[in-house]
Write a protein that binds this ligand. Structure first.
Ligand code: GEM
Ligand code: ZN
Length: 403
């Protein structure tokens, strides 16, 4: 610890007396993408606490976006950094959905499939954009278990909106022709929110799609996945500094986007019972299936007993076997507090997972993979999504328990 502090101090002093790095303006404060190999969980948590912008973690390889100054701090602290060259012009061309196109896609689903699809707004973002939500359900009455899929809490993770739109497309167009899809749509209520953070997405796209914006657009920006109200800011898994990429906001649910999503989930408590039983929060990138809790590395906690931990692990591993992602508890990556999945589970006992989609590293395009991978990488999760839906009536069935 002391050596690390000394090293950081030396690095800081070095920077202060190096005019080329210390005082010259752009382009020296522009972040570049680097890989750091051979990292452990405590090191990753320490790097997250330094305020470094973590893009991905795959195995022991961590991908980060850092300024030259931060790169030097990391190097002096003993980490080995490898520069990842920026993507080519060709890779930048994209046909990802904008916010307006996403809204239109949701409306189109209702126009085309009025018998099973209904659209509404969860509420408004900080800049007063409606956050669209689609409700899908077919024939069949009685209490149906409900499943929620949400995408794009983080603005730059554009492939995730495509994932939610793909789920919409598949579960509408397959209804009545595909037996498994028909059965799921008839026996469940499926809620899909393709863009939780429309302001951030619009801002990122206004930068040509390469701005790397993560947070919402409330002042300096709040990291929505650190703003949820279970053990908010408890454990060094978020930042109190407004400039940080993991700024947790001024209070739990200080962001309008988390507020309206929280209110929606709370509204699904009907007759004293939470109707949503299962949930996937899509992110990019790293190719991971993650389960709660994120605030501690303990497998069992006051919120998660041994059977529940086994259920999370078993379903997580089974889903990961279908998409070839790596399954692990979210805190195995690094500690986070105020994340959506910790809140979903702790507050509502919703079986909640984070999926980190394609790619594993910056080489596959990082946050901006070529549009040619969209179909393949969204379809890659078809079996996992189907599995989540199929267990929604009783998730512990996956370990042989009854409900
Ligand atoms: C992650 S997703 C949360 C994973 N949880 C833990 N404990 N690591 C995030 O929000 O930082 C990565 C991402 O942003 O996609
Ligand atoms: Zn994310």
């Amino acid at each position: 610890m002391f050596r690390r502090r000394l090293a950081v101090f030396l690095a800081a002093s070095l920077l202060a007396f190096t005019p080329a790095l210390g005082s010259s303006a752009a382009p020296n404060d522009q972040p570049s993408t680097y890989e750091i190999s051979g990292t452990t969980q405590p090191q990753r948590t320490a790097i997250a606490r330094m305020g470094i912008d973590i893009h991905a973690v795959h195995g022991q390889v961590m991908t980060v976006g850092v300024t030259p100054r931060e790169a030097n701090l990391l190097k002096v602290a003993g980490y080995r950094l490898t520069l990842v060259p920026p993507p080519s012009r060709e890779e930048l061309a994209n046909k990802y959905h904008s916010y307006t196109e996403t809204q239109q896609a949701v409306k189109d689903a209702v126009t085309k499939y009025p018998a099973i699809a209904q659209a509404s707004s969860v509420g408004q973002s900080y800049e007063k954009r409606d956050i669209p939500i689609l409700r899908l359900t077919g024939a069949g009455t009685g209490d149906k278990p409900e499943v929620l899929f949400n995408c794009n809490q983080h603005a730059r993770e554009h492939l995730t909106a495509e994932m939610c739109l793909h789920i919409i497309d598949r579960y509408t167009s397959g209804y009545g022709s595909d037996a498994e899809i028909t059965k799921m749509v008839d026996s469940r209520i499926i809620w899909i929110i393709p863009m939780v953070n429309p302001d951030g997405i619009e801002y990122d796209n206004a930068g040509g799609g390469q701005r790397g914006w993560r947070k919402n657009r409330q002042g300096p920006g709040t990291d929505l996945n650190r703003n949820w109200g279970f053990k908010w800011g408890c454990c060094g898994g978020s930042s109190g500094s407004t400039s940080s990429e993991t700024y947790r906001g001024t209070a739990a649910f200080s962001a309008p986007e988390t507020q309206v999503l929280r209110d929606f989930v709370n509204s699904r408590v009907v007759g004293g019972k939470q109707r949503i039983t299962a949930h996937i929060d899509f992110h990019t990138y790293s190719e991971l299936v993650l389960w709660p809790m994120g605030y501690t590395t303990a497998d069992t906690t006051p919120e998660v007993n041994a059977d529940q931990a086994k259920t999370f692990q078993t379903l997580g591993r089974n889903m990961a076997a279908t998409n070839r992602y790596t399954p692990e508890q979210s805190s195995d990556l690094y500690i986070t507090d105020g994340s959506i999945i910790d809140w979903m589970w702790a507050t509502h006992k919703i079986w909640s997972y984070t999926f980190e989609m394609y790619p594993t590293g910056a080489a596959g395009g990082g946050f901006y993979p070529p549009a040619s991978v969209i179909d393949r990488e969204t379809a890659r999760n078809d079996a996992a999504v189907a599995m989540m839906l199929s267990y929604a009536d009783c998730v512990p069935r996956v370990i042989g328990k009854t409900c």
